[in-house]
Design a binder for this molecule. Sequence first.
Ligand SMILES: Nc1ncnc2c1ncn2[C@@H]1O[C@H](COP(=O)(O)OP(=O)(O)OP(=O)(O)O)[C@@H](O)[C@H]1O
Ligand SMILES: [Mg+2]
Length: 378
Amino acid sequence: MNAVPGASRRSLELRLEDVSKRFGAVTALERADLAVEPGLLLSLLGPSGCGKTTTLRIIAGFEAPDTGRVVIDGRDMGLLPPNKRGLGMVFQNYSLFPHMTVGDNIAFGLKMAGAGAGEIRRRVGEMLDLVHLPGHEERFPHQLSGGQQQRVALARSLVTDPSVLLLDEPLGALDKNLRENMQFELRRIQQTLGITTILVTHDQEEALTLSDRVVVMNEGRILQVGTPSDVYEYPRTRFVSEFLGTSNLFEGAIEARRGGRNGGGLREFTVRFGERAVVLRVTAGDDVAGGPAMMAVRPEKITPSEHRPESGNMLEGRVLGHVFRGSYHAYEVTLAGREEPVFVYSQARSRSGDRVFKPGQRMHLSWSEEDSVILTRD
Ligand SMILES: Nc1ncnc2c1ncn2[C@@H]1O[C@H](COP(=O)(O)OP(=O)(O)OP(=O)(O)O)[C@@H](O)[C@H]1O
Ligand SMILES: [Mg+2]
């Protein structure tokens, strides 16, 4: 690709300030504050009905917020209509105009803006190059695959050279392989253009792989904003921890702050297993107080071994079940004095060399203190 359409565009910052929206008794969005830095891709991630589409519709101007405001590049959007906000959009389940060719579909926004025939032809060609569908102008949507249709929808949303791109589950209708493929495509296009983008998804993996920032939402509220590794490795609440993958949760109490020069964030966390009390070590922020608490450890952070490890956090259990998942072994392990099983994922490295535990066998579980986090209780 030689000419990069729109590459000279300024990337714009977008902010939501104290935005709320109710529909009758339903609070779709509650006092949302959010800032998207210029040129970054931010995803809104959360279960169905948590307010993702509502957030996009408010940003786009299709819905007026009850309180608060949307600010793009320092300008309060107020009641500015959607077509005056300089946004490109791909909507949830929004298909192409079926009776129009690909070329006419893409040209739609430019025609509405009164562009001339020459410019339209040039821009449509550039957009088809960008989404890797050169020469497809004369096809009709039904003559394209699902993935190709999504590319055309993307081209159509980008043709007017928007400064912010809003995507509502753009890959939701595609099957897994195609979806993964399109995730790379989408990221390539977004980074080529350097366009500030908000992507809505309820797919955790998609949010983690595609984004610069992830916003986890539930029931109209923003629970946490961070880089993909932040929200995955350092979830602040139980909901975030569980929504972003499997988590082992332990209820216990923080009883002492460990001293020593490097003891800054280290805490001792005591868990009771029936009669026994086991002391584990965990890293925690200064805002974490003593007393009852919940600790989370991801299954892949736990190392299984036959023999008792020398150091680190340790628990001993018995294998209840084992499944091989292609790239790793997943174990369900029971600990004496605990009802819920603990999940342990162990990377499959070689076809013959992996130590595979069988149901009934004893397993030592260990992990390092920085691999567990204390969750807040809301
Ligand atoms: N126009 C409307 N009238 C009444 N209720 C609405 C309207 N739009 C959204 N809602 C409600 O607001 C809440 C948030 O809806 P929203 O569409 O934003 O969810 P979502 O996170 O996009 O969900 P999904 O993943 O299913 O698309 C839901 O309870 C929904 O039923
Ligand atoms: Mg939605």
